[in-house]
Design a protein. Structure first.
Length: 134
């Protein structure tokens, strides 16, 4: 990500996308607060440089929601996951992998909040048909 920041500028969408890879590594290492910080930065940059409804912004918001879920911050996780889910399931920019992650995490959020009917909505839901763009 430092190379992209040097070439394209630290506030560029390319640098944010590269930085999101660092966030993914933090998730894999179970370093959730660090992943959260990275994904928040990425979501803000991508919203500003691309669009708040660009599929890459949606993917990062789903990843941010995933980090928040692991931190047991369910209300914040729900907000990010729902926002990201609405973007990544848009037929013009569908991302099936991110949609599946958002559905799984939303079901977990609702289970933790003791809302089984809402959890069930996402446990049985299938992604829209279309092409992935990740």
């Amino acid at each position: 990500s430092e190379v992209f920041a040097a070439v394209y500028g630290p506030q560029s969408s390319q640098a944010a996308i590269a930085l999101s890879r660092a966030g993914e590594l933090k998730l894999e290492e179970q370093r959730y607060p660090e992943a959260e910080q990275i994904f928040r930065q990425c979501a803000e940059r991508l919203s500003r440089t691309l669009s708040p409804v660009d599929v890459r912004t949606g993917v990062v918001r789903v990843e941010l929601g995933d980090a928040l879920l692991h931190e047991q911050r369910y209300a914040e996780a729900e907000t990010q996951l729902r926002a990201g889910y609405s973007i990544v399931t848009n037929p013009s920019s569908a991302s099936l992998e991110s949609a599946a992650l958002a559905r799984r995490d939303l079901a977990s959020v609702y289970q933790a909040l003791r809302l089984p009917d809402k959890a069930a909505e996402f446990q049985g839901e299938r992604p829209p048909t279309g092409h992935t763009r990740e």
